[in-house]
Design a protein around this ligand. Structure first.
Ligand code: DX5
Ligand code: ZN
Length: 215
């Protein structure tokens, strides 16, 4: 069974507490929180104060996805805000190895996210040092986009890289995940499914989470 991580980017922010309670009461495993700075991606979402509030009500791990430049500057701050898993983009980190080491030193799980065009090669010498790879299956910056099909090839190749080395690294798929592609993503080797619009635009979000969980 995959880990299900609803992305609050697609939630009703006027009802943030109730949306968090819904996730708490659902079969979801993590909260996926998308931080965008308007520089790494062409959009701005939410940041530390909002995550601090979510952390007060959330009863499940906070999976924070940083789509920001110079993420090193904010690792302590996101730890203090409540992040349990912290993912940085490989494209945003000059010293990626140093960055993921520091994330782990702060007591968080370390994730590396890569854009749809970024090769798995950049993970070659870092895979042993991280807990999660976030494969972007849309171009980061916006929810509700269409899944990019070449992601399946990437998942299978990454699955092989991880298994060959006997590692325990999660493969998280982020963008365009639906109840229709969830099973195929898991079959290809994904272990974490992020879902924003599929969950929060559903008539029955808890039921949709259940569907994804049982895909
Ligand atoms: C996109 C974000 C995603 C986004 C996914 O940049 O990283 O987490 O919320 O949204 P959906 O599931 O609607 O594609
Ligand atoms: Zn994300």
């Amino acid at each position: 069974m995959a880990i299900i991580a609803p992305s609050l980017l697609a939630c009703n922010f006027l009802q943030l507490e109730n949306e968090c309670i819904m996730v708490n009461n659902s079969e979801a495993d993590w909260f996926h929180l998308d931080v965008m700075d308007g520089r790494f991606v062409p959009n701005i979402s939410f940041g530390l104060p909002v995550i601090q509030q979510i952390n007060k009500v959330a009863t499940k791990p906070l999976d924070v996805h940083l789509m920001i430049v110079e993420p090193d500057q904010y690792i302590d701050a996101f730890k203090n805000a409540g992040a349990d898993i912290l993912s940085v983009h490989a494209e945003a980190c000059i010293h990626l190895h140093r960055t993921v080491q520091y994330i782990r030193q702060q007591g968080m799980k370390a994730g590396v996210a890569i854009n749809p065009h970024t090769s798995l090669d950049c993970l070659q010498y870092i895979l042993e040092d991280i807990d999660l790879v976030c494969l972007m299956s849309v171009n980061p910056g916006f929810g509700g986009q269409k899944f990019i099909p070449h992601t399946y090839t990437k998942i299978k190749q990454l699955r092989r890289m991880i298994d060959e080395r006997n590692l325990n690294v999660d493969i998280e798929i982020d963008g365009g995940v639906t109840e229709h592609n969830a099973a195929e993503l898991i079959a290809a080797g994904a272990t974490v499914l992020v879902a924003g619009n599929t969950v929060f635009s559903a008539a029955d979000p808890m039921g949709m989470i259940k569907k994804l969980k049982n895909a």
